[in-house]
Write a protein that binds this ligand. Structure first.
Ligand code: NAD
Length: 344
């Protein structure tokens, strides 16, 4: 009776959460349509290849496994794409979550931990961002996540569904044991892109904007190790199972790094130059996003252990190195930045 249904468990964060669940004595049962996920990232429990919008398939999983709770990672999550394909985002993220909640209701499952995002805050008036600050997302992706948070609160009032909406800042790093890591295609996250550029796996990093009101002119973000995120999910799950109320919590390190600070840290850790060019600002990129992370520490007892920035970059580097060696592309074989980029 300790099965937990993990939607999106074949993805980056969901697969790390599945490992954390298994370590804590739960059995993660993954449901994933593999639209961006990878079957070989599901190592700690069964994988069922379904779309979460398929209510009959979900009913079958609830009947077979009788999960005590759901961790809900499945989503489309590329901000730019959400602006050009909003209906796909609302359908996948919002309609998908409604289908999941309907199936939970039919099965009598009343606990859910949900992947929300700092994108629900939009452009913050100040940093650090605390949970009470206004949520005013500026793209369809962020709006889809805010809608889901609101739906979850309504489901608490109406049906007694208890939820923890975890608003992540920038997930980074990889499993410290090297078993899983980040494999997005295309990759849109700074640390893996900077590492790929340093290691000769892509020609260069493009930095969007150098005229922000920050000390070096580039955007500042808060990076949190994916294994620390995963641990926070287990703690949130256990709080709900112990009778905890519905809540929303930021998950970040509480420290911001500019793009150029990350570039110089990647260069230091790899011992290589990070080829980069400056491009124009991207629309809707706030200058600073840094978490006020006190509530997660107080309410969950969460203590990030791996989120020093050099640890996050080092674990990501080892994962990229391993993945590119397995793919036969290599990172230390003399391939020079500027040659044909290799996807990993
Ligand atoms: P990911 O793309 O690696 O994982 C998402 C997984 O969900 C994939 O395995 C995908 O195949 C699956 N999926 C998507 N739609 C589905 C559907 N309709 N049915 C079944 N499976 C489906 O993304 P990630 O980086 O691991 O992000 C996980 C969650 O965390 C997402 O909800 C994302 O919005 C949220 N989030 C991520 C970050 C970050 O920095 N990566 C930050 C804030 C929030």
């Amino acid at each position: 009776m300790n099965n937990v249904l993990v939607t999106g468990g074949a993805g980056y964060i969901g697969s790390h959460a599945a490992k954390a669940l298994a370590r804590a004595g739960y059995c993660p049962v993954t449901v994933d349509n593999l639209c961006t996920g990878h079957a070989d990232a599901v190592k700690w429990g069964p994988l069922h290849r379904h779309d979460i919008r398929d209510g009959a398939a979900l009913d079958g999983l609830f009947a077979t496994y009788r999960p005590i709770a759901v961790m809900h990672f499945a989503a489309l999550s590329t901000v730019g794409e959400s602006a050009t394909s909003p209906l796909a985002y609302y359908d996948n993220n919002v309609a998908g979550t409604i289908a999941l909640l309907e199936a939970m209701r039919r099965a009598g499952c009343v606990h859910i931990v949900f992947s929300s995002t700092c994108a629900t805050y939009g452009i913050p008036e100040q940093v650090p961002i605390t949970e009470e600050m206004p949520q005013a997302p500026i793209n369809p992706y962020g709006r889809s996540k805010l809608m889901i948070e609101q739906i979850l609160r309504d489901c608490d009032t109406a049906y007694g569904l208890r939820s923890a909406s975890l608003r992540y800042f920038n997930a980074a790093g990889a499993d410290p044991d090297g078993e899983i890591g980040e494999n997005h295609d295309p990759e849109t996250h700074l640390i893996p892109i900077a590492l790929q550029a340093a290691l000769g796996l892509r020609p260069r990093l493009e930095i969007f904007g150098r005229d922000y009101p920050t000390p070096d002119g580039t955007c500042i973000r808060d990076y949190i190790h994916v294994t620390d995120l995963a641990q926070a999910h287990v703690l949130a799950l256990e709080l709900l199972l112990a009778g905890g109320e519905t809540r929303a919590l930021n998950l970040g390190s509480g420290t911001g790094f500019s793009v150029l600070e990350i570039v110089s840290e990647v260069a230091r850790i790899t011992g290589r130059r990070v080829p980069h060019v400056f491009g124009p600002r991207r629309e809707g990129d706030p200058a600073r996003l840094v978490a006020g992370d006190g509530r997660a520490r107080d309410e969950l007892g969460w203590r990030p252990q791996f989120s020093a920035i050099d640890r996050q970059i080092g674990d990501a580097m080892r994962w990229i190195d391993r993945a590119s060696s397995a793919a036969g592309t290599g990172t230390h074989g003399g391939e020079q930045p500027g040659t044909t980029p290799t996807r990993i």
